[in-house]
Design a protein. Structure first.
Length: 410
């Protein structure tokens, strides 16, 4: 066979979340897949059913293969785990059919078993594998209190991680704080790690606070504190609610809460019992309404539990900056988002588990005279640009197509 007759290697993207799924992970994976498809043959193994948006179909777009996937209801952890295991097994079978020697497969850490299947299939088929690390397991489960650090399950997951990281050709981190825990694994080397932060989906520009904003208009308070997005196992809803309780004697401060996940379920339970007068809930908004929602508040909260550094990075952070809003981040100071806040003067960082500190930060923000903070937030958001991230992903894929091991090249 002549060199020009060889079949070009392709890119396979394996993701449980992909459009029409409205999640952040789905949006990120579709952006990457569509960008790579402009130069490569891209196949997406998707766990999301339904019709794709028109902008993601046709010539020069990825070919999407639906993989059967069932999602259990809220709180059904055992069924959820079983369904995710079945999905991962189906992905493994699909990868064994799709992959050829020299192909590159790109995946994410949701569900946590997915990267193991991807690495195994890539190794068996002579392909190359790359992982976008949104969350580090079992650390996320330990952080959420679902596993004990020294438990057999946590130990088994870390042992499996060692094999996985040894087999991976590249790991893309979205936070600088992820490098330290990654390098604690013997199978991981610094040469495999690429730092490619996520990006703002909204155009960076200061959105003024206006009284006719549909989300702000019903609220009489002068200063609105917002919380939005998915509150999962790594987030702490109680600290937000307790801070609101501590500030009930401040009539000028009101909390506007909009989102989903187990954390918001908990917030709903707490409010049903306490009925705080300074708390208002808004149903989850569609993407078309996101800009108006984010522009409605004067300050936004991102509440993490303890030990978030190196474990999880809030993607919503970049859109908060893009609309020119300061943030109060509940996390350790060495976490990626906390570093960005401090380095750029974008708000406040408070210790996890301290609602009194969160309440003090909100009170301080409500009387802050730092008008330039909005401009600094927009300037910081401009650094987290989609085109920069897409170029970084494209460069990495090209490198993987040329070389089976990044560690051999550096």
């Amino acid at each position: 066979m002549q060199p020009q007759d060889r079949i070009a290697a392709k890119i396979v993207v394996a993701s449980q979340h992909y459009p029409p799924d409205p999640s952040t992970t789905a949006a990120i994976m579709s952006e990457i897949a569509c960008h790579l498809a402009s130069k490569h043959d891209v196949v997406v193994l998707s766990g999301s059913s339904g019709a794709l948006p028109a902008a993601q179909t046709g010539s020069g777009k990825p070919r999407v293969v639906a993989v059967k996937n069932r999602i259990a209801g809220k709180g059904a952890l055992v069924r959820r785990g079983l369904f995710e295991l079945l999905f991962v097994l189906r992905i493994f079978v699909a990868l064994m059919r799709q992959l050829r020697r020299g192909d590159v497969v790109l995946t994410v850490t949701a569900p946590f078993m997915l990267p193991y299947a991807v690495v195994a299939a890539a190794w068996m088929k002579g392909a190359r594998s790359a992982l976008i690390m949104h969350d580090l397991f079992p650390d996320v489960l330990v952080m959420a209190g679902m596993l004990k650090p020294g438990s057999f399950v946590a130990g088994a997951m870390r042992a499996a991680n060692g094999l996985m990281f040894r087999g991976l050709n590249a790991v893309i981190t979205i936070g600088r704080d992820a490098e330290r825990p990654l390098l604690s694994y013997a199978g991981m080397t610094r040469n495999k790690i690429r730092f490619v932060p996520n990006w703002a989906t909204l155009v960076p520009a200061v959105r003024p606070v206006t009284s006719d904003n549909p989300f702000r208009k019903p609220l009489a308070a002068r200063f609105i504190v917002g919380l939005s997005g998915n509150l999962g196992f790594t987030h702490d809803p109680e600290i937000v609610f307790e801070a609101a309780r501590l500030l009930t004697d401040q009539p000028d401060i009101h909390f506007l809460l909009s989102g989903w996940g187990i954390g918001f379920d908990r917030l709903t339970q707490l409010q049903a019992s306490a009925k705080l007068p300074n708390v208002t809930f808004v149903p989850r908004v569609e993407d078309a309404e996101l800009e108006k929602l984010l522009a409605s508040a004067d300050l936004w909260i991102i509440p993490y539990r303890k030990n978030v550094a190196g474990v999880s990075v809030p993607s919503r952070f970049y859109n908060l900056l893009a609309v020119g809003r300061p943030v109060v981040l509940v996390s350790e100071p060495e976490a990626e988002a906390a570093l960005t806040v401090v380095e750029n003067g974008l708000g406040w960082v408070v210790a996890p588990g301290r609602p009194d500190q969160l309440a003090d930060a909100i009170l301080m923000a409500s009387t802050s005279c730092d008008a330039a903070m909005a401009e600094r937030a927009v300037k910081a958001a401009s650094k987290f640009d989609r085109s920069i991230a897409m170029s970084a992903y494209a460069d990495l894929i090209e490198e993987l197509l040329r070389h089976p091991s990044l560690s051999e090249q550096r």
